[in-house]
Design a protein around this ligand. Structure first.
Ligand SMILES: [Zn+2]
Length: 415
């Protein structure tokens, strides 16, 4: 048996599963509040477990609560192809962010069962714990421990706003497993996710073939001038830190615009001192956020800021301090996995374009330990982390179809 364009997942069944899961931890405006390691998270996990076991899969759970459901392959020596995302949501989250990727993985196995297809490699459907990072920062915590980015004990000590610890809450809801985190070896990993941006919908494309994830630098800048009366200080005698901030904001914008279409940059947070209506600000502290999927571009953007912002400050009689406040390396997804996703969209007749993921995903960490690919589908107005987050059943179906073909091609049909 070979993979042909008429092999499709069951879009109605996938949609029913999405609606059924959305009943657990309902939000206040039609979305979801199923935050990690809450009772609602436990209830969602139990439902997912039941569905997976009904589909003939066997469960493994690691010490971070990551859930793995395995459908056997025919070759006992072949590493599994992993597929999944996360079931946890923001406090006022949508029904699809993360959930689509987990239930899309389940739908793949259900479809393989329907079509009586065996694969050489096993297929493992994953639910990663605490992707969102709202209750316990940082985001992508458990996939980060899996990929060796964080220590497990450090993760267990993360506290929520009430001072409750991640490790204690994981025990409380009964989902701390025995497996050593990160012990599993993967042949490949695929994640389906809503875009969380406006490009696919605006261009009327069915599928985003994710080639890269944005790398970022956060820089904290402190400009120091002199507080002075806004009415009585002559213009040539001012040391206005607010004006310095405004000119640096313009510089950041210009630098990002010079690396289109992929680079972005902005000043997201700013504190004016003393922040008074009739005082020239003597001190401004702000953060610059710059992103690019290419390391050389990203580092070049940072170098330009570090070279040109001090000149702006100097010209205005300001002192400047620039500190590194955060960094993520750009992610280049595996070429073979990216090609499998693109080929899948072609074979199925879906329109597609390459995309750079602007948000972080579990796939970005797993890409460090296994060949990884991502599929995206559109979402209405690019909206997510919002109860109004919305997708159409057709978009979900197309995304899961492409996921199915990419995973099954990688896992290799044997009969
Ligand atoms: Zn997500």
């Amino acid at each position: 048996m070979t993979l042909t364009g008429n092999m499709r997942i069951d879009g109605d069944r996938l949609w029913d599963a999405l609606m059924e899961m959305a009943k657990i931890g309902p939000g206040v405006r039609g979305g979801n509040n199923r935050q990690t390691l809450t009772d609602e998270d436990a209830e969602g996990r139990a439902l997912f477990q039941k569905w997976c076991e009904d589909a003939g899969m066997t469960m493994g759970v690691d010490q971070m609560g990551n859930m793995f459901f395995r459908r056997e392959g025919t070759d006992p020596d072949a590493l599994p192809v992993y597929v999944g995302s996360h079931l946890d949501t923001q406090p006022t989250g949508g029904k699809y962010d993360g959930v689509l990727g987990v239930l899309g993985g389940l739908e793949i196995v259900r479809t393989l069962n329907d079509l009586n297809i065996k694969t050489r490699h096993p297929i493992v459907v994953v639910n990663w714990t605490n992707e969102e990072g709202t209750r316990f920062a940082p985001a992508m915590l458990a996939s980060g421990v899996f990929a060796g980015m964080h220590e497990q004990d450090w993760a267990y000590d993360r506290e929520d706003a009430e001072g409750k610890k991640f490790g204690d809450e994981l025990n409380r809801i009964g989902w701390r497993g025995d497996e050593e985190v990160g012990d599993r070896k993967m042949h490949a990993f695929y994640e389906l996710h809503i875009e969380q941006g406006p490009i696919l919908e605006a261009e009327e494309k069915d599928i985003g073939v994710v080639t890269h994830g944005q790398g970022l630098w956060w820089l904290q800048v402190t400009l120091t001038g002199k507080d002075a009366h806004t009415g009585s200080t002559p213009m040539p005698m001012r040391r206005n830190a607010g004006l310095g901030m405004a000119r640096i904001a313009d510089l950041v914008h210009e630098i990002a615009m010079s690396h289109q279409p992929e680079a972005v940059g902005a000043i997201g947070h700013c504190d004016f001192h003393p922040n008074s209506r009739n005082v020239i600000p003597g001190k401004v502290v702000f953060t610059i956020d710059i992103r690019s999927p290419h390391r050389d571009v990203l580092d070049g953007m940072k170098a330009r800021i570090e070279a040109e912002a001090p000149k702006i400050a100097h010209d205005l009689g300001l002192e400047i301090e620039i500190e590194e406040a955060g960094h993520f390396d750009p992610v280049a997804f595996d070429e073979n996995c990216v090609t499998s996703v693109r080929n899948a969209a072609e074979r199925l007749g879906y329109s597609h374009r390459n995309l750079v993921s602007g948000a972080g995903h579990d796939a970005c960490w797993i890409n460090r330990v296994a060949p990884t690919g991502m599929v995206m589908c559109p979402c209405v107005d690019g909206l997510s982390h919002n109860e109004d987050e919305d997708i159409s059943p057709e978009w979900a179906r197309a995304g899961a179809d492409v996921l199915f073909h990419a995973v099954v091609e990688t896992a290799q049909i044997v009969e």
